[in-house]
Ligand binder design. Structure first.
Ligand code: RET
Length: 288
């Protein structure tokens, strides 16, 4: 382990597993496939958000535009993240394993964090263009979302460098990041409760789903951060390919839920609100 730390320093644990034992065919391919699925879904969903933009009244369209921004940035960064995986591990015929390549780029989850820097504020602002706040002030909530969103990501980004070399720093930065996260959860709960107040019943139902989806899908990110420790249940990170695959899957499920399914539910809620205000795209299409 000491020798590996000397060689790999603050590299993430995926590289340590790749250098120590390498990946079996199944672990390597499952990772490659789930990473590919991630960016493919973003491209498909991009079309959904473009094609449904006219199904909501003009005042709700900013939400669809923000989903489009999220899809484009996520597609590009997840594409790079996926190539980073296949580029860093190389098949070794002798051991029949994929090993960390010599002279290649190391694997790093940092692309994800930079992607969140764009997407997290967009996803948080997005709902503000769908709901009508009854008590809170729009710009105050928007600024707080931005402050805590970026605070959470930057501190987590620093922390993830220490997942192998310094568990203490890893947990301290993770804890600071969690404080920002709790603030975001409180704000979101407030936005959704206020938004439900004046909304038509069907839109209220979707807003209820959005809260549950938001809560569980955003919780997956700290879960993925902790993955090497969830598998070891000790003060040392697990050197396990299962933990690596679990992290890739967790990130992909989280990305599809928090960006795509969330955006779809917001579109559905906005369609109901539009109908209640006399903008009914279904009868408009019949008229054409
Ligand atoms: C980190 C560090 C450890 C503690 C916590 C974290 C939370 C991350 C979250 C990320 C959400 C990202 C989204 C991206 C969508 O594009 C930074 C992993 C609490 C909640 C929604």
């Amino acid at each position: 382990m000491e020798a590996l730390i000397e060689m790999l320093g603050n590299a993430t644990f995926e590289n340590y597993v790749g250098a120590a034992e390498g990946y079996t065919e199944m672990a390597y391919q499952m990772s490659a496939h789930v990473l590919t699925l991630g960016y493919a879904v973003m491209l498909a969903a991009l079309l959904y958000f473009v094609l449904t933009i006219k199904t909501v009244a003009p005042k709700y369209r900013t939400s669809s535009v923000l989903s489009v921004v999220v899809m484009v940035s996520a597609f590009l960064l997840l594409f790079v993240q996926s190539n980073n995986w296949t580029g860093s591990m190389i098949y070794d015929a002798e051991s029949a394993r994929y090993m960390l390549g010599d002279g290649n780029d190391l694997f790093n989850n940092g692309y994800r964090y930079l992607n969140w820097l764009i997407d997290v504020p967009m996803l948080l602002f997005q709902i503000l263009f769908v709901v009508t706040l009854t008590k809170s002030d729009f710009s105050s909530i928007r600024n707080q979302f931005w402050f805590s969103g970026t605070g959470m990501i930057v501190t987590g980004y620093i922390g993830q460098y220490y997942e192998v070399t310094s568990p203490t720093l890893f947990f301290v930065w993770g804890f600071i990041s969690t404080l920002f996260f709790v603030h975001i959860l409180i704000l979101m709960k407030r936005v959704i409760s206020e938004g439900k107040e004046g909304a038509p019943p069907k839109a209220q139902k979707y807003l209820g789903y959005i809260w549950t989806l938001f809560f569980f899908s955003w919780m997956l990110y700290p879960g993925a951060y902790l993955m090497p420790y969830l598998f070891s249940l000790s003060a040392e990170p697990a050197m396990s390919e299962m933990a690596v695959v679990a992290r890739h899957i967790t990130y992909t499920v989280a990305d599809v839920s928090s960006k795509v399914i969330y955006g779809i539910f917001l579109t559905l809620a906005a369609q109901e609100m539009s109908k209640a205000e006399g903008y009914d795209y279904e009868s408009m299409e019949n008229a054409l």
